[in-house]
Design a protein around this ligand. Structure first.
Ligand code: EPZ
Length: 419
């Protein structure tokens, strides 16, 4: 079992390239199920969630190989329509395969995705939308069996909440359905536009992504295509926070600043100098970070919930008290108790975290509770004086490609150790 060992206190400097977006590559890999041919996906990050997705594609009968940061998927043939429970449990976001499998085969069997570290992860919005498109859904013994006897047909869909996954599942199901589908109240995250770009390059007709009304005109079939995944805006925010807490200055290459407006605002509010230069961002930390009075997570383009733990860790050493309000997930603050081991002063009450900035953190032994909570512990350990050990790093490896290599390249004293 690996752990991360960090000797904190080094100001970070230098430059790195940011990985491809986890939350884009997963739905794009699901979309290859709809493509009757070979698809080549570039800028594919090395993540355990990507490995799980490739396992699902191979189980379904597709050919799926990854060479470095390029995945090559051949969807000419599909022989199965179920996603094994073990793989569903390995990756909660496997639910995004549902729309694509039904779209290609007219049926799908998945185990009811349980909750995850962030709390219950219901899929009612996904299922009610698919029902409107002609899918019959039965649930027994923890399995959902979805069938579209007469194939999928377009529908007018109102999403009660702009769910990212539900928007993606509807787009995937509608791409080859009969007729037109309109999603009102769609999520606007950049990863959804990236999915639409992939599908449109494969022959789909999807319009309006990035707005709250998305129209999809179903087409007969999709062919294989080539696509480059957008940069990971949450990974970019994470490395910026690593520089911010250590009083460093780093440049991130291959980022999309336009996807990070609400995040960049928080870094500037905290006293960081943030320079944008095309697809690069240079962040220079102040001598001491300033508090940011209130940050609220919202759906895009608001401040992303996934960057919540990142900025909470960063502001734990700011001058003054900051408040973070989590409006998306019920259980976003599980990492707070682990962060307190470093001497952080954080009080959480429901969806509110009050962060009383301290001047120093001290090294600690801790365990990652979830993906972004784990990243928060890395940020704290980079700042803390002395040695820190972070366990349960499988959570971190789900979403960060080579985080120890990238931080080491920026001057951090960090390495993997075997427990
Ligand atoms: C996606 O999750 C991301 N995951 C999450 O990133 C991200 O935090 C989230 O969007 C919000 O931006 C992937 O893209 C793989 P939602 P998703 O459906 O699709 C409720 C990370 O750290 N809801 O927008 O599951 C739900 O309970 C991960 O990279 C329903 O009630 O998010 C939650 O409170 C974590 N019914 C809220 O909506 C539904 O049918 C947001 O969920 C669906 C969702």
């Amino acid at each position: 079992m690996s752990e991360i060992l960090i000797n904190g206190g080094n100001p970070l400097s230098g430059e790195i390239t940011v990985q491809g977006a986890k939350n884009s590559v997963l739905p794009v890999l699901a979309a290859t199920i709809l493509c009757e041919g070979e698809s080549v996906i570039h800028n594919c990050p090395r993540l355990s969630d990507v490995e799980t997705s490739l396992k699902i594609l191979r189980h379904l009968g597709l050919k799926a190989v990854k060479q470095g940061d390029t995945a090559v998927i051949d969807g000419t043939k599909i022989s199965e329509y179920d996603i094994p429970d073990s793989l569903m449990r390995e990756m909660r976001s496997s639910v995004v395969f549902l729309g694509a499998v039904i779209g290609r085969t007219g049926k799908a069997v998945i185990s009811s995705p349980g909750g995850c570290e962030l709390g219950p992860r219901p899929i009612d919005l996904h299922l009610s939308a698919l029902s409107l498109m002609g899918v019959t859904i039965t649930e027994e013994h923890g399995y959902l069996t979805c069938t579209a006897e007469n194939g999928l047909y377009g529908a007018e869909i109102n999403l009660g909440f702009p769910s990212v996954g539900a928007t993606e599942n509807i787009i995937l199901a509608a791409a080859t359905a009969k007729g037109k589908t309109v999603i009102h109240g769609a999520a606007k995250e950049p990863e959804i536009s990236d999915l639409a770009d992939f599908l449109n390059s494969a022959g789909a007709r999807i319009y309006g992504c990035g707005s709250d009304t998305v129209s999809i005109y179903g087409v007969e079939r999709l062919k294989g295509t080539e696509h480059t995944i957008i940069p990971d805006r949450i990974a970019a925010a994470t490395y910026m926070a690593c520089a911010a807490v250590t009083g460093g200055k780093i440049t991130l290459n291959n980022v999309m600043p336009s996807h990070m407006v609400s995040v960049l605002w928080v870094f500037r509010e905290s006293g960081c100098n943030v320079e944008l230069n095309g697809k690069s961002i240079t962040v220079t930390a102040p001598r001491r970070l300033c508090r940011v009075p209130t940050i609220r997570s919202l759906v895009y383009p608001g401040f992303p919930t996934d960057a919540g733990p990142i900025v909470v860790a960063m502001l734990s050493v700011a001058d003054g008290t900051s408040v973070f309000v989590e409006n998306i997930f019920e259980n976003r603050f599980r990492f707070a108790d682990e962060l307190k081991r470093f001497g952080a002063k954080i009080k959480t009450e429901g969806k509110v975290a009050v962060i009383e900035g301290v001047s120093e953190l001290s090294g600690a032994e801790c365990k990652a509770t979830d993906l972004r909570g784990g990243a928060a512990l890395v940020i704290a350990a980079l700042k803390a004086g002395g040695k820190s050990i972070i366990g349960e790093i499988q959570h971190i490896e789900r979403g960060y490609d080579g985080i120890t290599d990238r931080l080491s390249a920026l001057g951090a004293d960090i390495r993997l150790i075997e427990k």
